[in-house]
Write a new protein. Structure first.
Length: 743
């Protein structure tokens, strides 16, 4: 009885302040009633073990603010009911989960979503994920990951939008809008989480969790850029990264969490640590014990301790002994309470739980299928694609042809593979079982047995075409799954070689979580489609492309290397003082040649300098012509605007889409600058023979860079500009000058 009176009093006290706009007053009102332990409880995130009594007791004691990885609606409801009705103040819980590229309907991995260069489509996928996940009570997703990733060895490149800051920014914004919807308080909205803040993708050697050293100009021009955009756009939460950055772990880094995120960007959301990352500062050897780690993290600006038990265990004593100021705790608690009010949890703690379950709705599957088609990157095509109507017998080979689990890639916590439609199933559906002969040749991507080769070769010999589905099992990319060499595992390449020797045309479809070195495999194929782990609707989406129902329009969000030794490898490289001109390959060097015989410039004797395929590359079943760039002016002041225009024409015989990419280059600057930087892009569809004049408006203020002291500068001088279908363009640049005096 007392509890009910108290709760109604609490509700009344919260109600007296102004409605939604009075969130701060409501936050302060609740804060004023909280004990120290209750405050610290809000900063504790528990990885639930179901609603076992131990978990219910901690919740009832008000010692948990959020729960990670509980998504059974009955358990969510019971835990929430315990928090609201049994804890002293009845503060509701937030339930969070890694909904990274779909919840039940699995979309392509984020790297594949980036390959669409279509933020509207990507945003729709996130909206669908939110609708499906909020039904189970999930109101916080730990997505989008916007870590610029320039090393194919790093397993988490799969979760990123690739190597470019702008592409990560645009895709990250689309995902945030999709997850958070029109209002965070909507039953189908989830708080999004910009992660991993910051510099995680710069892990030395592409080895996960490894150290990073990122000078401030690079940090601000590249790694912080997408995060700043998400903070300004209202992303609800941030997650700290595991890595140390310039010697300080992000989780205990006040430069990142207070100076940049709060003071410069004005972020007022929640910062959650990555999993146990507070305690890991002991392993980083910057903290001697949990007490020191808890103090360092909360003082630096990490609000919530994800499954580390450091805050709950250490902060009470640290505050009581004066080592941590209660004001620091209050500030963190305010951020958490503010998020809960914004999510509408105080008004309805069970919000979302009563919504209709729309998992796998036809519209959801259709959206996933469309994204598979748009994320497919046509790497090579000698004309075998789209398949001719005369094709009667198809040999389906390879370990990824019928891999319901592995086609979905990393981070699919709620994948139900019985819903996956594989390429084999879709081909049988499309062409009939008699027309499709299935001989995988290998059981899984790492399989080293050649026992299945004979049947595969025989099937190939009798077929009109071989469709070879290869790539990586899902577990070979993602967190903690890095590769020192980025090649196809097992005997896949050998199998492809033998398929090619049959003389039957081979179409290779690669499903992978990272860029792979595939020059030889492309050489043994008549056509190659790169499909970054495409998800639930891999089969129908890829068959749409293979048959020509969909004209491929994917473009690479990452550079494809010749070999791992080239890493880190990305288009926005620096020129160096000795840019490579002539390449002398290692096999062409004369015996006893003198040292200077190879030119003394910047390249590898065994790999040259160029990648195998450049960032932004992608073919179509039609062709496109890009006209010369026209500029609104060739002299623009630093505070001016520039219009760059280009006419793009579909010069082929089929309707198709291309991605016009606008790159700039700063010809001379006070710091070395990338040889090209992507500043805008637009995906357009054109009918055969259709031309369209594209206009891009650039603010010259966006063409500057950061200096060593963190200040941003736009320098006068000549700039070059291209509008092209990929980053390797050698078309004549349009030149303009930024006028003004060099400061
Ligand atoms: C993991 C990942 C992070 C994820 C979190 C919760 O270790 O680094 O991306 O959101 O833990 O699962």
């Amino acid at each position: 009885m007392v509890k009910k009176i108290f709760l109604s009093a609490l509700a009344a006290s919260l109600a007296f302040v102004a409605p939604a706009s009075g969130v701060e007053q409501r936050v302060d009102s609740v804060l004023s009633m909280m004990s120290l332990r209750e405050k610290i409880g809000q900063l504790n995130q528990l990885n639930t073990r179901g609603d076992k009594q131990e978990c219910l007791d901690i919740v009832a004691a008000g010692e948990v603010g959020s729960i990670i990885n509980e998504n059974h609606p009955d358990v969510v409801r019971r835990l929430q009911k315990t928090a609201v009705e049994k804890s002293r103040l009845g503060i509701p819980l937030i339930f969070g989960r890694d909904v990274i590229h779909g919840y039940h309907t699995i979309f392509p991995i984020p790297l594949g979503q980036a390959a669409t260069w279509n933020p509207e489509l990507v945003g729709r996928g996130a909206r669908i994920a939110a609708v499906e996940a909020t039904h189970d009570g999930i109101r916080w997703t730990f997505s989008p990951m916007v870590d610029v990733s320039r090393d194919a060895r790093w397993g988490r490149i799969a979760e990123s939008a690739g190597e470019d800051p702008l592409l990560n920014e645009v895709m990250g914004l689309a995902l945030v809008r999709g997850y958070q919807g029109s209002a965070l308080s909507s039953p189908t909205s989830m708080a999004a989480c910009a992660k991993h803040f910051c510099g995680y993708g710069a892990a030395e050697g592409g080895r996960d969790y490894n150290t990073t050293w990122i000078p401030e100009p690079l940090l601000r021009d590249v790694y912080l850029k997408p995060f700043k955009a998400l903070a300004k756009a209202g992303v609800a939460t941030f997650m700290t990264s595991f890595n140390d950055i310039n010697g300080t772990p992000s989780t205990g880094n006040p430069f990142l969490l207070r100076k940049v995120l709060r003071d410069e960007w004005g972020f007022d959301g929640v910062v959650v640590s990555d999993w146990d990352a507070i305690t890991e500062m002991i392993a980083h050897r910057v903290c001697a014990d949990k007490d020191q780690a808890a103090a360092m993290a909360v003082n630096a600006g990490t609000d919530i301790d994800m499954e580390g038990d450091a805050y709950l265990r250490c902060l009470p004593e640290l505050v009581e002994s004066g080592k941590v100021d209660i004001a620091v705790i209050d500030n963190a608690v305010r951020n958490v309470l503010r998020l809960k009010f914004r999510l509408g949890l105080f008004d309805n703690p069970y919000i979302g739980l009563d919504s209709e379950d729309k998992s796998y709705a036809p519209a959801h599957l259709e959206a996933a299928r469309k994204m598979v088609g748009e994320s497919a990157v046509l790497i090579k095509n000698d004309g075998i694609l789209p398949l001719a109507p005369s094709v009667r017998r198809i040999a389906v080979v390879g370990p990824m042809a019928d891999a319901a689990h592995d086609q979905c890639g990393t981070w699919c916590l709620d994948l139900e593979k019985s819903h996956s439609v594989t390429p084999l199933a879709a081909l049988r559906e499309r062409f009939g079982r008699d027309a499709v002969v299935y001989a995988p040749g290998l059981a899984y991507s790492r399989d080293r047995s050649t026992a299945g080769f004979k049947a595969a070769i025989e099937a190939a010999r009798k077929a009109d075409v071989v469709l070879f589905f290869a790539g990586e099992e899902a577990v070979l990319s993602g967190e903690a799954h890095c590769l020192a060499d980025v090649v196809l595992q097992g005997r896949q390449s050998q199998l492809l070689e033998e398929l090619a020797l049959t003389g039957t045309p081979v179409v290779t479809v690669l499903m992978a979580g990272r860029p792979l070195a595939i020059r030889d495999e492309v050489g043994n194929s008549n056509a190659v489609i790169y499909s970054f782990h495409p998800g639930t609707m891999a089969g129908p989406g890829l068959v749409d492309v293979i048959t020509g129902d969909v004209n491929p329009s994917g473009h690479l969000p990452v550079t494809l290397p010749l070999m791992a030794g080239q890493m880190p490898l990305y288009y926005a490289q620096k020129s160096t003082g000795r840019p490579a001109q002539e390449i002398v390959h290692i096999d062409d060097i004369e015996l006893e040649a003198v040292q200077s015989s190879t030119g003394c410039t910047s390249y590898y004797l065994d790999a040259g300098k160029a990648p195998y395929l450049p960032f932004g590359y992608g073919l179509s079943y039609t062709t496109f012509g890009y006209g010369p760039v026209e500029l609104s002016s060739t002299e623009i002041p630093a505070d001016g605007k520039l219009i760059a225009a280009c006419t793009v024409t579909n010069t082929g015989s089929r309707t198709g889409a291309t991605v016009a990419q606008l790159y700039v280059s700063d010809c001379v600057a006070s710091l070395t600058r990338p040889v090209k930087e992507l500043k805008a892009f637009r995906k357009i569809e054109l009918a055969p023979g259709e031309s369209r004049r594209l206009e891009f408006e650039l603010s010259v203020s966006d063409l500057g860079f950061h200096q060593a002291d963190g200040s941003y500068i736009v320098e006068p001088g000549q700039m070059n500009l291209w509008i092209a279908p990929d980053s390797s363009t050698s078309a004549p640049a349009a030149a303009f000058t930024i006028t003004g005096n060099r400061p």
